[in-house]
Design a protein around this ligand. Structure first.
Ligand SMILES: [Fe+2]
Length: 386
């Protein structure tokens, strides 16, 4: 697997439909994917916003039948994927639509895998283990950050082992990403901040990844610029212009990381989701400055370019000096967003660090970090973030 990851450069994204009001296209998209009976994967919070009623109206306009599966929680569980797959086959569905944040979208990907490949979701954990094509999959994101709508990743929690499992396969790339920035307006400011920090982490990790290249770099760099331009206003005003800017940031960061993969921040964040059920974006936000300070020396030129993308004037500075501005600027952004800055604030215990570090060292995302860290170094990073 490491050999394959190191030698392969690619750029693959779904069909993208973007714009205010684009949810109207849902029925038509489902129909042209060959669908007749839609499994609509979402969560109770999204249902409460009214977006699902609107989506169903568009499905009905195309005379599509539908089944709603909404037993989805943050950090979706493997049994929920299995339950959804059972629903898909029992109700004889033929297309899957996910409406929600990363959790419904990753659940939908898991359901799609089992619908055509059978077995249990644990069988597909790792890189490119899916052999049968999945059913048509349309993703409609309601958060700006996860990038799951344009990525070939699915992250599913294994509650028995208290870990998050990473499935990476081009087979789970959605067919269509339908992005309607109106849907971002019903999220809380706290959620917009956390998911926005997830997008920023995707962009930075993709930009310095050992698999980054000419097709991923411009998207990663532009996503960083957009986050620094729009995130604060999106959080505090929740108006459509900055939210639309964040939707593009999430899209471009997603396109970059899906193809260049990620790094140590995600490797360290995944065990926190598995053990503490911590929100993924929040875990990233806390870990990002700590990991950056360790990473800078391994890719100073690239971090200097990230400083430029953030809007920092780096004229007259060496690459190392410009790079040092990056964690400082991120800490200032986090402070302005008023989100937690320490893992201990959200219940992480010192005695769990050795276990967390062992899981993080094995995470797929560590492979493409500018430097591969061992368990002892990872323990230090968790300590610094505690
Ligand atoms: Fe992420």
């Amino acid at each position: 697997m490491p050999g394959e990851l190191e030698s392969l450069l690619k750029f693959e994204i779904p069909e993208i439909i973007f714009g205010r009001g684009s949810l109207k296209q849902l029925g038509h998209c489902s129909r042209r994917m060959g669908g007749d009976r839609v499994l609509l994967v979402t969560d109770p919070g999204i249902i409460a916003t009214g977006w699902i009623d609107e989506a169903i109206a568009y499905l009905k306009q195309e005379d599509l039948k539908y089944v709603v599966y909404d037993n989805v929680v943050t950090n979706p569980r493997s049994f929920q994927v299995e339950q959804g797959a059972l629903e898909y086959s029992r109700k004889e569905c033929d297309v899957i639509v996910a409406i929600g944040g990363g959790s419904p979208m990753d659940t939908a990907k898991g359901i799609a895998i089992l619908a055509s490949n059978r077995g249990c979701i644990q069988d597909y954990v790792g890189c490119n283990l899916i052999t049968e094509p999945i059913p048509p999959l349309i993703c409609v994101p309601t958060t700006a950050g996860t990038g799951s709508d344009v990525s070939q990743f699915a992250i599913i929690a294994n509650p028995g082992k208290m870990i998050k499992m990473t499935i990476l396969s081009r087979a789970i790339m959605p067919d269509i990403s339908l992005i309607d920035p109106r849907l971002l307006q019903t999220k809380s400011s706290e959620m917009i901040a956390s998911t926005g920090m997830d997008a920023l982490t995707h962009a930075i990790e993709a930009y310095v990844s050992s698999l980054s290249w000419s097709l991923t770099d411009p998207h990663a760099s532009h996503a960083i610029t957009l986050v620094f331009r729009h995130l604060k206003e999106a959080v505090y005003k929740k108006t459509l212009d900055p939210l639309e800017g964040m939707a593009v940031a999430s899209l471009e960061a997603g396109a970059a990381f899906s193809n260049a993969i990620l790094g140590a921040v995600h490797a360290l964040a995944h065990p926190l989701g598995g053990r503490y059920d911590m929100h993924h974006g929040l875990a990233n936000a806390i870990l990002l400055p700590v990991v950056l300070k360790k990473n800078l020396e391994y890719a100073p030129e690239k971090y200097a370019l990230i400083a430029n993308a953030m809007g920092i004037d780096t004229r007259g500075k060496t690459s190392a000096e410009a790079a040092e501005q990056v964690p400082e600027q991120i800490e200032a952004l986090i402070k302005a967003l008023h989100i937690p800055t320490k893992l201990s604030q959200i219940g992480v215990r010192k005695e769990d660090i050795p276990c967390l570090a062992r899981d993080a060292a094995e995470d797929l995302c560590m492979m493409t970090n500018p430097q591969k860290y061992g368990v002892a170094e990872i323990e230090t990073m968790y300590q610094d973030a505690l």
